[in-house]
Design a protein around this ligand. Structure first.
Ligand code: SAM
Length: 217
């Protein structure tokens, strides 16, 4: 059933290169990863996807829980247009997309949860702490922020990830955060943090950060 959802989402894009990307992306973050991240999302209510890309994960989490309201934002206009078109083709009315730079996000809106999948290393490092603080503003106490990113260790896995990032987008700078450094930034932004390694067949040093917005003091 859920792999049917994945297949219909991929079929909803008409560009063959985007379809190939989606196969690759769902191949890396397989069903187990989708479930591992999805288990933390509320079954109903607004959820924010920062750096949603073509929208494949927001489409998936919207398709698998019709009472969730997914709001995806990405700086790339074309990706947002493709995400909107795919949502239309799938007949999903519980997902919306906005072309916007995450660095301009001012914590506006109220969400029960938010996630960023492989985004932090694409954002200039000085902009990450302010973004995390804005995210804490749009979540209620106890609200969850999920971050999937890559660790800096072991070094050979970081180099593998770097080579693939550069192959995909040679001109885009990337800056990986160590798990300790990102956890400290999340703590400063008002989140309690648990993290765990997500083991993959490919040597990506994936880490999932499960962050709970602390009550203001
Ligand atoms: C590796 S892709 C991940 C896309 C999606 N989260 C996924 O998992 O398939 C990184 C995405 O981050 C977006 N991005 C990079 N910098 C951004 C920024 N400053 N604001 C919003 N989106 C950004 C890119 O346009 C791209 O779609």
């Amino acid at each position: 059933m859920r792999s049917d959802a994945v297949r219909s989402i991929i079929r909803a894009y008409d560009d063959p290169l985007v379809r190939a990307y989606c196969w690759g992306r769902f191949g890396i973050l397989r069903q187990r990863f989708l479930d591992e991240i999805g288990q933390y999302l509320p079954e109903a209510g607004p959820v924010l996807d920062i750096g949603c890309g073509f929208g494949l994960f927001s489409l998936y989490y919207a398709a698998t829980a019709p009472r969730r309201l997914l709001h995806g934002l990405d700086v790339d206009r074309r990706r947002i247009a493709l995400a909107r078109r795919a949502a239309g083709r799938l007949g999903l009315e519980n997902v919306m997309y906005e072309q916007r730079d995450a660095r301009d996000f001012k914590g506006d809106g109220e969400f029960l949860a938010a996630y960023m999948l492989d985004i932090v290393h694409h954002i200039p490092p000085e902009s990450v702490p302010p973004l995390l603080r804005q995210l804490s503003r749009c979540l209620p106490p106890g609200g969850l922020l999920l971050i999937k990113d890559v660790d800096t260790r072991p070094a050979w896995k970081r180099w593998f990830t770097w080579a693939l990032d550069k192959a995909m987008a040679p001109a885009t700078p990337v800056r990986y955060w160590s798990a300790e450094e990102l956890s400290a930034a999340l703590d400063d932004a008002g989140f309690g943090v648990r993290r765990h390694v997500m083991v993959d067949l490919l040597p990506y040093p994936h880490i999932l950060y499960v962050c709970t917005r602390r009550a203001s003091t």
